[in-house]
Design a protein around this ligand. Structure first.
Ligand code: MRU
Length: 344
């Protein structure tokens, strides 16, 4: 299984597979400065909420080591750590990862690194557990022996520390012989589905078809899939869930068609401090991403773009939120009891 990130102790660097180059080229970035790390996060060389959680935690180690080399003051170190924490706004995991390890900074870099590596291991364990729970729930709810799935964006090993979330459920279904077909949305404008999810599905030998994002709701309404499964970047206290832009179209179509819409994420993605989806900051990216295709300008030179990177699916469109601690059914369960079950 490919790893999106790895701590290399000998060189004291954070090694990232450069996801902007996939699937064409497998290149790696060895990160030992905050500047390079922030650039890697913002350019999506490393991406996906759980991966960003681990990168946030290991990023504190990078900052402390750079600070020691360059003689930073405590204030400067705090500022640089905050730069990492704020490099992207929507996935709560990034800030969560930083906040998990920063309190250990007083005890020295070894203590910070120890907690960061625990986070890496915990994420994989959470993904494997939620995949079992999610697959059980889907097979029970659909009543089918084999399911056809639609998914959006990339939620596999590349988006996490290992195994994946929504992708992990798909993989689990496949290993149980309970998966017929995956429709993988290409995920405009940066093609995380066509480039990354497909790359992982090919490696895992999982049957799939890439479709344009605009095809997804029709795929659902035509009865070609039994369930939609996506990941999340932030799940608010009421169950509203932010994920890659385009996700809410799947949720609306799934509700209309009467098929389950499943959100899968580790508990680190649940943000009880954010009351509802309306409070989630949606990253607005450079409009050049939608005005061009493969680096070539496709829109008129006079045109301007609108490029929100995420959208929010209201909780009443969500059939199940799955974390490592359990499954809740936001469209059925009264809100106050909702999240206690899935945050541990
Ligand atoms: O902009 P990205 O590629 O970081 O967006 C990623 C997603 O929206 C994923 O679906 C989400 O982070 C869940 S990853 C397990």
């Amino acid at each position: 299984m490919v790893r999106a990130l790895e701590w290399v102790d000998e060189s004291k660097t954070l090694r990232l597979i450069d996801q902007t180059q996939l699937p064409g080229t497998e290149t790696y970035l060895d990160v030992d400065t905050v500047e390079v790390l922030v650039d890697a996060i913002q350019s999506l060389a490393v991406r996906g909420a759980p991966a960003l959680g681990a990168v946030g935690a290991l990023g504190v180690v990078v900052a402390i080591n750079q600070g020691s080399r360059e003689g930073w003051s405590a204030d400067r170190l705090a500022l640089e750590v905050d730069r990492v924490r704020r490099a992207r706004p929507t996935a709560v995991n990034l800030a969560w990862g930083v906040d998990q390890v920063w309190p250990f900074a007083d005890q020295g870099v070894a203590a910070v690194l120890r907690r960061a590596l625990e986070i890496v291991a915990e994420d994989e364990a959470a993904n494997r557990r939620l995949s079992v729970l999610g697959a059980d729930w889907i097979l029970q709810r659909t009543g089918r022996q084999k399911v056809r799935v639609v998914t959006h964006c990339n939620t596999g090993a590349l988006a996490t520390t290992a195994w994946g979330t929504a992708y992990g459920i798909i993989h689990e279904l496949y290993e149980r012989g309970a998966l017929e077909m995956v429709y993988a949305d290409e995920t405009r404008p940066l093609l995380q589905g066509a480039r990354l999810t497909s790359w992982e599905l090919v490696q895992d030998g999982i049957p799939h078809l890439i479709e344009a994002d605009g095809a997804a709701s029709s795929t659902i309404l035509r009865g070609l899939v039994d369930v939609a499964i996506i990941g999340a970047d932030r799940i608010a206290a009421d169950g509203d869930s932010a994920n890659k832009v385009g996700s809410v179209a799947l949720a609306l179509a799934a509700k209309y068609a009467g098929i389950p819409f499943v959100v899968a994420a580790p508990s680190s993605t649940v943000d009880l401090d954010t009351a509802t989806g309306a409070d989630i900051e949606i990253e607005l990216r450079d409009d050049v991403e939608v005005l061009t295709y493969g680096g070539v300008r496709t829109a008129p030179v006079e045109a301007k773009g609108f490029n929100p990177a995420f959208d929010v699916t209201p909780h009443d469109l969500i059939s199940a939120i799955v974390t490592e601690f359990g499954v809740v059914e936001p469209d059925r369960t009264p809100e106050p009891r909702l999240l206690a079950k899935i945050v541990g």
